[in-house]
Design a protein. Structure first.
Length: 141
């Protein structure tokens, strides 16, 4: 949903509780490549005013760092066509927990980004959820 083109098997963080001997995956780790970090506000405004530009950032790029047949996987294409039912069931469990109202609230409370940047983030997250995650989850219905 965040379009992280740098997520790969060597890019995970762990939370370690040495007293209890517990290790678990960090809920957030190295997300600097999410949500188009190189776009300036002029480009954000352009994207927001052009549905085809939004769709390009949903269906064309970014691609995953993971590869299949030596080619980077496209998130939308993979989730909308995969026959890996375990992946779709995991997506359904996770997708059902996505709360756009809470996500938008977090974005709205960010003090150091402009209103345009906030609108860009909320739009891209909502669009990627609706057009990738929700559509992929419909395949299980």
């Amino acid at each position: 949903m965040l379009g992280n083109f740098d997520r790969h098997n060597g890019n995970w963080g762990f939370l370690v509780n040495e007293k209890k001997g517990l290790i678990k995956l960090a809920p957030v780790y190295d997300c600097g490549s999410c949500l188009y970090p190189q776009l300036d506000e002029k480009k954000m405004a352009y994207v927001l005013s052009n549905p085809e530009e939004i769709n390009e950032r949903i269906y064309v790029f970014p691609n995953s760092a993971l590869k299949e047949n030596d080619k980077k996987i496209n998130y939308a294409q993979f989730l909308l066509t995969t026959k890996h039912t375990e992946c779709l069931h995991a997506l359904k469990r996770i997708g059902a927990r996505i709360d756009l109202v809470k996500i938008n609230g977090i974005i709205d409370e960010m003090p150091y980004i402009s209103q345009l940047h906030k609108e860009f983030l909320k739009t891209m997250i909502r669009q990627r959820k609706e057009k990738i995650i929700d559509k992929a989850m419909e395949r299980l219905s």
